[in-house]
Design a protein around this ligand. Structure first.
Ligand code: URP
Ligand code: ZN
Ligand code: ZN
Length: 469
């Protein structure tokens, strides 16, 4: 018998910690861990000596091909997911906003069809509940989507002008309906009234520069809605996931309810783990590029989020990848409230976590693998198919060279934009091999696969697995 692939001599991050072991892969699956000499002969052997081997990254939060705030990223599913793969991500959990009058299932299928045609990594989606005029239609539609194998959704507690704002009644109904039918709401938590009225007031006063973004939406604006969602989750004993948490208080708010035994989870993003609000100045050429919601915060918030990762109260790192160009940001920059929100980040998500977490803050390799991969698989319902290096699991594997330095300038990255919010910065530690279901799809930043090779990953939430996060 000959097997397809062996990865030998690496430091492999497994469920029981980082250890020296070889990995046997046959077809799309991991066959065994152990010593190469005990494995059958392999078609190919990759020597991972001196390298870190982790389960393929799972991005909990990408926005490929969406139209939002007057602009559509130039990048498509193929170029976007090639960048993800180069950066060590093998599965993405994307979003499907509803078009006018569209059912949730149709929105999901539309995004899945684009991904099926173009994605180079595995994928699923979260329908965004934004066609809010007919609440019953949405609630009925959620069940249909969960049965289709897509158990998670997103709602926004803000963005009134864009028509995406769900009020407290709607959020309550969504959290209830999702959880009662085997699903989970993920929520963009910012208090709409205070955040958007403050925006208007500031603009009226002529305070239109990017630095006023954080003045309009300080920590408490995010914490208020985060806390409200937790109170609702407790009342309903419902699964609830807060996306892109930025504040130093956020992980603690969620942990209070987690500690009561509730299935509630906290996500943050690479930019909130490194960048700070001083980047908002000056407006040009810099400040407008750093517009995302919630806003960048202070160094103390960055530090607290890392402590949350260390102590296990921050569960996942999602990229919140929205790939606007500099021109697209500039075209809508009259006031900070008009600038399209979001950053390109799908490629740098894993490397930033490695550099700032493992190297700088001495986060353990196991915790690193949990926040970039394992916890996502557990929370979104596809563990142990993904998120773990173990026999029987999909052979989604990333080999990181911990000594490889890499610039984060847009020109040195592969995302479909000339904008990098990490311009001028560098990481140490970069993926050198990415394996998707047994196939080497990236080697030394060279993409070796083809568009459409990614597969839809069905999810089924399992409370006993979620409880292990
Ligand atoms: O600024 C952000 N996060 N833009 C993307 C849309 C969202 O809120 O997730
Ligand atoms: Zn959001
Ligand atoms: Zn987002």
């Amino acid at each position: 018998m000959t097997i397809d692939l062996v990865i030998e001599n690496g430091t492999v991050v497994t469920a029981s910690g980082a250890l020296k072991t070889d990995i046997a892969i046959d077809g799309e699956k991991i066959l065994a861990l152990g010593t190469r000499s005990a494995f059958p002969k392999a078609e190919r052997v990759i020597d991972a000596k001196g390298k870190i081997v982790i389960p393929g990254g799972i991005d909990t939060h990408s926005h490929f091909e969406v139209f939002f705030m007057g602009a559509r990223p130039q990048e498509n599913w193929d170029t976007g997911t090639i960048a993800s793969a180069i950066g060590g991500t093998t599965t993405t959990i994307d979003f499907a906003p509803q078009d006018k009058g569209e059912s949730l299932l149709d929105a999901a299928k539309r995004q899945l069809a684009r991904a099926k045609e173009l994605s180079v990594i595995d994928y699923t989606t979260k329908p965004i509940l934004n066609e809010l005029t007919d609440l019953d239609k949405i609630l009925n539609g959620m069940k249909e989507v969960i049965d289709y194998g897509i158990p998670t959704f997103k709602a926004f507690s803000i963005y009134r002008k864009q028509g995406w704002y769900a009020d407290d009644w709607q959020l309550y109904k969504f959290i209830k309906q999702a959880s009662e039918n085997g699903g989970m709401m993920t929520i963009h938590a910012e208090n709409c009234l205070i955040g958007e009225e403050s925006q208007k007031e500031l603009v009226k006063q002529g305070k239109t520069d990017p630095k006023y973004h954080g003045v309009a939406k300080p920590n408490f604006v995010e914490n208020l809605t985060n806390q409200a969602c937790m109170i609702i989750a407790e009342a309903l004993r419902a699964r609830t996931y807060i996306v892109h948490t930025t504040t130093k208080e956020g992980p603690g708010i969620i942990a209070e309810y987690r500690n009561k035994g509730l299935p509630v989870f906290c996500e943050t993003c690479p930019h909130y783990l490194w960048l700070t609000e001083d980047l908002f100045e000056p407006k040009l050429p810099r400040g407008i590029m750093y517009m995302c919601s919630p806003p960048l915060r202070k160094r103390e918030d960055v530090d607290a989020l890392w402590e949350g990762i260390r102590d296990g109260t921050v569960h996942t790192i999602g990229s919140d990848h929205v790939c606007y160009t500099k021109k697209q940001k500039e075209e809508h920059c009259d006031t900070f409230a008009d600038i399209p929100n979001g950053f390109p980040a799908c490629e740098v998500r894993v490397p930033v976590a490695f550099q700032e977490g493992v190297l700088k803050r001495k986060i353990s390799l196991q915790r690193f693998a949990e926040v970039v991969s394992t916890n996502a698989a557990k929370i979104f319902g596809f563990y142990p198919k993904k998120g773990i290096i173990a026999p029987g699991s999909d052979a989604d594997i990333v080999i990181i060279d911990p000594d490889k330095k890499h610039s984060l300038n847009a020109a040195d990255l592969h995302m479909g934009t000339d904008l990098s919010v990490f311009e001028g910065m560098e990481v140490t530690g970069w993926p050198v091999v990415t394996v998707l279901r047994g196939k080497v799809i990236v080697e030394n930043e060279k993409f070796l696969g083809k568009p459409g090779q990614g597969e839809f990953v069905k999810g089924k939430l399992d409370d006993s697995i979620m409880a292990t996060v």
